[in-house]
Design a protein around this ligand. Sequence first.
Ligand code: ZN
Length: 152
Amino acid sequence: MIPFFAAEKTLGKLAKWLRLLGFDTLYEPGIATEEFIENLENDRILLTRTQRIRKQSPGCKLIFVQSDHWDAQLKQIILELGLTAAQIRAFSRCLHCNEPIVAAEKKSLWGRVPDYIFETHEHFQRCPKCNSIYWPGTHTKRSLEKIREFFN
Ligand SMILES: [Zn+2]
């Protein structure tokens, strides 16, 4: 089973990376932590750095995140859950709102991405919720290298 997550307020960068790897990850810094936790499904894994929450042991599963740094945090989660490269779907989810992204027709995007990007790319995806547009750019290459590091 592919795990799914909820990241508390202080774990924004980690949440972004989990989304980048394709994991369903709730992250809602605008909501009070108690309320955020109360509404989680039982199977969702809460990622927290707060001792108080760890001790309360809420109804859902929980991982107590050790490090201050997102890459060590991600490493901890990969190790603790035994995640493998086969479980990731990199670049399949919107980094802003966690929604699965869908293929977008190139001609519908004219004027909505920089001209240079439009001219040099054939494949685009968009988020059905917030309309963010994604394409394989240099950032993706760097992220791919990082992902290889994590799963080697
Ligand atoms: Zn979105």
